[in-house]
Design a protein around this ligand. Structure first.
Ligand code: MN
Length: 267
């Protein structure tokens, strides 16, 4: 299996390399990522200037790695359209440091990178964890790896796009995996105004809405200790049945449970 990994936090992101390290157990991994942080850049594509790419030394052995002076979408378009000649089975964007819930999917560079892959006929996962470093990053890497195996093993899941968000918990404390939809009221957007002595300035402020009441949403899932899996772009004519998504989540829950039992037994 061959997996392309990208992100929007930039090629130096520790969370990206944590993911790559885990994925290497099951696949050949190629990394193409922006050379700097590009969070909240959304689906931006560079059309009015040239793009530069540099092949760089990977911190992990045998990982072909490229750094792109561009957006996450640029990186994916370059990768899939030009740089990678071999067959790619799956694209994973992440691990993003910061959740991408509800309306976030429209501005997230992480989700955009997965979307660009999906639009080109690939299966893609966007995976995000809470902003702070913690055991949930390890859990996210394991979840991505298990999901990668499952998604690529079932041809009915070809060309699917999943947005995955992790709760702020270590693997052992996670309640399970929930199939969710995007919360519609996920954020509170405000504009703060100030004056620096010379002229006015504005800050766009986004805060996650504090609580979610609808238990079918991604916001509810992560707040209640579940991993949220949201299939996106289900409006295509050949979408897989919901039953298949439900089974995917149930199987993943079971596998994570046994994985955490093994971890606990080792301690
Ligand atoms: Mn980011």
């Amino acid at each position: 299996m061959r997996i392309l990994v990208t992100n929007d936090d930039g090629i130096l992101s520790e969370a990206l390399w944590l993911l790559v390290k885990e994925l290497k157990h099951i696949a050949e991994v190629i990394v193409i990522a922006p050379d700097r942080e590009q969070s909240a850049i959304g689906t931006a594509v560079t059309l009015r200037q040239t793009l530069r790419v540099q092949k760089v030394r990977s911190p992990l052995p045998e990982v072909e790695t490229y750094s792109v002076e561009g957006t996450p979408s640029d990186a994916v378009i370059l990768a899939l359209g030009k740089l990678i000649k071999s067959k790619i089975d799956l694209v994973i964007a992440g691990i993003n440091q910061g959740l991408n819930l509800g309306e976030d999917v429209h501005i997230s560079g992480t989700v955009a990178a997965a979307l660009q892959s999906f639009l080109r006929g690939f299966s893609a996962l966007a995976i995000s964890a809470p902003h702070e470093n913690g055991e949930w990053l390890d859990a996210a890497a394991k979840v991505a790896t298990l999901l990668a195996t499952k998604v690529t093993a079932d041809s009915r899941l070809n060309n699917t796009l999943f947005n995955v968000n992790m709760p702020e918990l270590p693997l052992e404390k996670i309640n399970g995996v929930k199939l969710t939809r995007l919360a519609s009221e996920s954020h509170i957007n405000t504009v703060e105004e100030g004056d620096d002595g010379r002229r006015k300035y504005y800050w766009l402020v986004r805060q996650r809405a504090v609580t979610a009441t609808n238990d079918s949403t991604d916001v509810w899932a992560v707040e209640n200790g579940y991993i949220s899996i949201t299939p996106l772009h289900l409006d295509r004519p050949k979408r897989p049945p919901v039953l298949l998504f439900n089974r995917l989540c149930a199987d993943l829950s079971l596998e994570l449970k046994s994985l955490s039992n093994i971890n606990q037994a080792r301690r």
